[in-house]
Design a protein around this ligand. Structure first.
Ligand code: NAG
Ligand code: NAG
Length: 237
């Protein structure tokens, strides 16, 4: 009796281990290779970058209200500085925003089809964000949400590309690309949105939304210090 129990638990354990290996193999078989062929993120206003360009990385979630509120002043500041500043937006779909991953995937799909439609779509998600909150989509099936978001995203592309946006959700590559954004954010230790890095360093008050004057007070001293490197503000190090 005892021996019988032991051997059947052993069999169960082996089966469990085998199923785990099979699942693990299935997952890794489907995995995207890292690092990706291109740096993650959407570049706002492509221009030449040199060692003096100030690099802002913004980690945003398209269905996060704080990300939405942080965007207009950041955009205004980046427009003000022009080629002195380079902005890249990384998507971090937060797991407690039910539709963040699907919305982020829509952005990746649109970006692959028409780069210039990426930021218009991000702004459209921000503008009509309430439609995609957890409470508003509570009774919708996953399939209905995907179809709703796919059709929503077609607004920013020409008629000729609308069906490609919808079928983009059946393309594994667009899923893998969205996973890379998530993995990149996690690899940088980012766990909330919006989070901002300037020249590779996290801003200490990232969690609160920085207004236009706030951005000016962050960037102006960096530009001034570049102009006169010997008087750079070393005191705060
Ligand atoms: C979801 O369904 C419940 C039960 O029918 C209903 O009371 C609720 O108002 C619905 N919520 C939305 C957002 O449609
Ligand atoms: C690309 O996106 C821009 C901005 O939304 C839009 O004006 C243009 O018509 C789009 N082109 C195509 C082919 O979708």
């Amino acid at each position: 009796m005892m021996a019988g129990l032991t051997s059947s638990s052993l069999v169960l354990a082996l089966l469990w281990a085998l199923s785990f290996l099979a699942a693990h193999r299935a997952l890794t078989g489907n995995a995207q290779s890292l690092p990706p062929s291109k740096f993650d993120g959407f570049v706002y206003a492509e221009h030449r970058v040199d060692s003096g360009t100030i690099v802002i990385e913004a980690f945003l979630d398209p269905v996060c209200p704080d990300s939405r509120d942080s965007w207009p002043p950041l955009k205004q500041a980046v427009d003000y500085y022009g080629p002195r500043v380079w902005l890249v937006v990384h998507l971090l779909p937060l797991p407690y925003h039910d539709n963040a991953y699907v919305a982020s995937r829509a952005l990746n799909i649109v970006n692959m089809l028409n780069t210039s439609a990426t930021f218009p779509l991000l702004e459209l998600f921000f503008k009509e964000q309430v439609k995609f909150y957890n409470a508003q989509t509570l009774n919708m099936s996953k399939a209905s949400v995907v179809s709703y978001i796919a059709n929503f995203a077609t607004q920013v592309v020409a008629n000729s590309l609308k069906s490609a946006v919808v079928s983009g959700f059946e393309n594994t590559q667009t899923d893998l690309k969205t996973r890379v954004s998530f993995k990149y954010s996690a690899s940088r230790g980012v766990f909330g949105t919006p989070t901002f890095f300037v020249n590779g360093f996290s801003l200490s008050d990232s969690d609160s939304t920085i207004d236009y004057d706030g951005w000016r007070s962050i960037i102006d001293p960096l530009i001034a210090a570049q102009g006169d490197p010997l008087s750079a503000n070393v005191h705060s190090y």
